[in-house]
Each structure stands twice: as structure tokens, then as C-alpha cells.
Write a protein that binds this ligand. Sequence first.
Ligand SMILES: *Cc1c(COP(=O)(O)O)cnc(C)c1O
Length: 389
Amino acid sequence: MSRFKLSRRIQALPPYLFAELDRKKQEVRSRGMDIIDLGVGDPDRPTPKFIVDRMKREAAVPANHQYPSYEGLPEFRAAAAKWYGERFGVSLDPADEVVALIGSKEGIAHFPLAFVNPGDVVLVPDPGYPVYHIATMFSGGKSHFMPLKRENGFLPQLDRIPSRVLAKAKILFINYPNNPTSAVADRSFYRKVLAFAEEHDLIVAHDVAYTEIYFDGVKPMSILELPGAKKRCIEFHSLSKTYNMTGWRIGFAVGNPELVGGLGKVKTNVDSGVFQAIQCSGIAALESGEEAADAIRKTYQERRDVLLPGLRSLGLDPVTPKATFYVWIPVPGGYTSASFCEHLLTKAGIVTTPGNGFGASGEGYIRMALTKEKGRIREAIERIRKIGF
Ligand SMILES: *Cc1c(COP(=O)(O)O)cnc(C)c1O
């Protein structure tokens, strides 16, 4: 059996913190308890009909049944570039500054393979989307975690990173609007990031999966809006959250042509691109999806405006999200992330995500997702009121 022993790379993966929670969820479900799942960051509503209709047509086109081009259809890359121009005022050359992705997770996971050598350091937000750290490990690099704290608006304190770390650092990962904290970054933060990256010769890899899930009409920006940003930045964009398309697996990366090209080199060797019918549906979403995206934003904002006052009425102190569909909540006194999640699950049938699952600095928080209808959110609040904490 020793031949089947998992590689050191897999053995070194961080423990799956949700295993115990998954087991308890099964147990609660088998007791016949009704479960309200606010755990998963997956839109509950279907993909807009015009996108599904486009898919039905494109699926029947024989030309779409063959291998797609590695970097994405020229029409898809052009649509992504046009969308970036209209949304952010950023001009991109579809020929070498845009690459199609099989979901942005795929791009994020492959990116360090193109630029990180064993021993190099990657700067990773904590708490954060787990893929930044895991992709770093898979490429032989070492993560240096940057704590995101409430008192700093959940922005990393770049001046706290030791110079011995910076000497080996290659990539700086950032993610705003942020999962799991829901924080948004402003122009002055991005200016700081860019100056810091110039000073220490870093690549900036910005995960922008949530730029379109914003509230109160305030649109988050792209770091590529800053003059000179294209010299060292790449952004990972996704259609998943914007258009309720998580299952379709489509996104794109944009920015510096060498960075986009490096990622493309990895992809050429491991995957064969995005099903063309899906790319065509993605074009439809990017070209005609603004109304649908607006309705999706409105839905989450209404849910937020039910959940937030509800949580406050219970005596909790959630962070008010300006974007994303997450609510980041400090646990009440006497609880850890895990014990509060367990309390809500076993006593009230409410699934939430323990903050420490996103990194050590997430300890002391839980995350709720706005991916259930308002009635269910109200019900969750009333159940918590009943059980107390
Ligand atoms: C959902 C999510 C993604 C990836 O989405 P894809 O479906 O792979 O495009 C990337 N980053 C963050 C922070 C996410 O929450």
C-alpha cells in the first residue's frame, strides 16, 4: 500500500476544518430537524433565463463540440475587455491581456505555478479564500499570512511585513470586495498596494469575484484603474456570483500581458479551455446582463437589510457589508468560532461557517451567507432568539 501513500504535497494540506461540522450537519438532519443553510457561498437563485436560452442554442452548434482554443474565443476575450472598459474605464487588449478561465478558482490555483519557485514567498490574506495558500503550497512556495483586522477595515498592514519576508516575496494576493469579511478597499489602499509592490518588486494578484455584488449603489473599483497598475497587476474575475453562474465554470483573468501569458502557459499544459457554448453564454451575460445583475444585487441587499437588524436585535455586532453576500459576525463572549457554529447548528438547525476555517485570524468570527430567501433569514433570527447564547 505504500505506493498509494499520498504525496507530501497532499499530506501537507491544512486540515479540513469543516469535516466535524459536516458530520454534525448530517446528524442534525437525520434527527429530522429543518436546516437553514447559511453556510455556502453559492447563489440560491437560478441563472437568468436569457443566458440559459443562449446556452441551449449554442449547445446544438457542432462547431462548439470540438476542443476550444486554450486562451478563450477571441469573441469572449473581446467581450470581457469591452465589459472592463465600460465598467472600470480600463482598456485591455483582448489579444494578450485577457485569458478565459474555467472559473476564477482555476486561474487563481494555477497562477502561482507560473511564477513561484520553491522557497519563494507569497503574501496571503488571513482570513482568506483558501485557494491562495493551497496554490502557493502546490507550487513549492511559502505563504506569509497578512492578518485582516476589524480595526484596520480588514485591510492588510503592509508595513508590518518583515523585510526578510519581503526579500523573498514574489506575489501579493488581495481580494476586495473581500470574502469572508465583506470589506471593500478604496483608491487610497490600492495606491498604497501599488507603491508597495513597486518598492519590493511584487506581482499583485487581485481576486475580484465580488466587484458586482455591491450595495447602496456604490461600485467597488478595479486596481487596474490606477495609472501604471498594468505594469504588475493581474485581476481574476468571475461570472459566478454576478450572474448566478457558479455551476457553469467561467471567469477570466486580465492585466499585465506577461502575467496573463504566464498563466496561459500553465493552462495550455493542464486544461483545454472552456466549452465554447459556455463562452458564448458568457458573452451574452457580459453584453446584456446588467439588468439581471441589478436584480441580483437588489435581492442580496434586501436580505442584508433583514439579517443585519435581526442580528443587532440579538445583541450581536456584525460588520455591515457594503459588498459581497457575506455577513462577518464576531462570536459572543465565551464562544469560539467552532463552538458558536455548533451551538447554532445543533440547537437551532442553522448552518454557518466558522471564521477560523479561513485562517487563524478568522478565529472569533462566523460567516453567514445571504443565499436564502428573506423568510428563511427571519426564521433563523427567531430561532436564535429562542435558543439564546
Ligand atoms: C466564489 C469565489 C471565487 C471563485 O469563483 P469561481 O466560481 O471559481 O469563478 C474566487 N474567489 C473568491 C473569494 C470567491 O468567493
